[in-house]
Ligand binder design. Structure first.
Ligand code: 5RP
Length: 259
């Protein structure tokens, strides 16, 4: 978003966006406009490529309100976003109770259960989602589904202690998963390491298991060595999906859908 800004007549102008970026921005703006009110002082900021538009919109609320708030990041990327935007940076140690957390998702089903962790931030993201009175999910139209796994074929991200990854993978296979250890990107050889120094396993599961994500999450979480599971069940109050034309599809806990 920063590179999308130009200055004309001394005023910040935002260039219009197309396609997926327009969708991400529309979802992010709707979440801020509907859920971050002047009385909200502690705000959780999630991770991924949609969340920068959340910060962009929050900045537009102005320093008068923002300098009396604390912004809590879910990882290194969102910490950088907060700092670069000049917003007050807090942490969950100081602020274990959060008013609103807004975060992206890799896929969201019709009951607002989510797959998260495509950016390997699922542990901190879940702590901030659980600590928030209101947890809101934002995504572009590609993430809106009915059963988890329909669209995000990479599988459920599972954060594991480094020492335990092989043993957890074996147990995931025994319950019907197809686990793969996530590798670091680009020139970096070796496994992806999270902000908490753990590894991530991505495991697709058969539809029969994905249909009951809370049960699946509980089963995986019980495995020794598993730190957190990227299934966020019964947590979100609302999900906003941006469409390519900049309109929004909203889904609410309880099943209501607004096009
Ligand atoms: C990171 C996440 C992200 O929120 C998720 O991957 C969505 O990212 P994007 O907004 O880039 O689609 O869970 O761990």
């Amino acid at each position: 978003p920063a590179s999308n800004a130009t200055h004309q007549d001394g005023r910040l102008q935002l260039k219009p966006l197309e396609g997926v970026e327009a969708a991400k921005r529309a979802a992010a703006y709707a979440s801020v406009d509907n859920h971050i009110k002047p009385e909200h002082k502690i705000i959780g900021i999630g991770s991924g490529s949609t969340v920068p538009y959340v910060v962009e919109r929050i900045v537009q609320q102005g320093p008068k309100v923002n300098l009396h708030r604390w912004f809590i990041p879910t990882g290194f990327q969102s910490k950088e976003l907060i700092v670069k935007a000049g917003l007050p940076l807090g942490d969950v140690d100081s602020f274990p109770v959060i008013d609103v957390t807004i975060d992206g998702a890799d896929e969201v089903d019709s009951s607002l259960n989510c797959i998260k962790g495509g950016g390997a931030c699922q542990l901190r993201e879940k702590v901030l989602a659980e600590s928030a009175s209101t947890f809101i999910v934002i995504a572009d139209y590609r993430k809106n589904s009915t059963i988890l796994g329909e669209k995000w074929s990479q599988g459920v991200p599972i954060e594991v202690a480094q020492f335990a990854y092989a043993s957890v993978m074996r147990r995931l296979e025994q319950m019907g998963g197809k686990p793969a250890l996530r590798m670091g990107g680009g020139a970096k050889a070796g496994p992806c390491v999270t902000d908490n120094s753990n590894f991530v396993i991505d495991s697709p599961f058969p539809e029969s298991l994905m249909k009951k994500p809370a049960e699946l999450s509980d089963r995986i979480k019980l495995m020794t060595g598993v730190v957190e599971v990227g299934l966020f069940c019964n947590m979100a109050k609302a999900a906003y999906f941006g469409n390519q034309d900049g309109t929004i599809t909203s889904k609410y806990a309880g099943g209501e859908v607004k096009e």
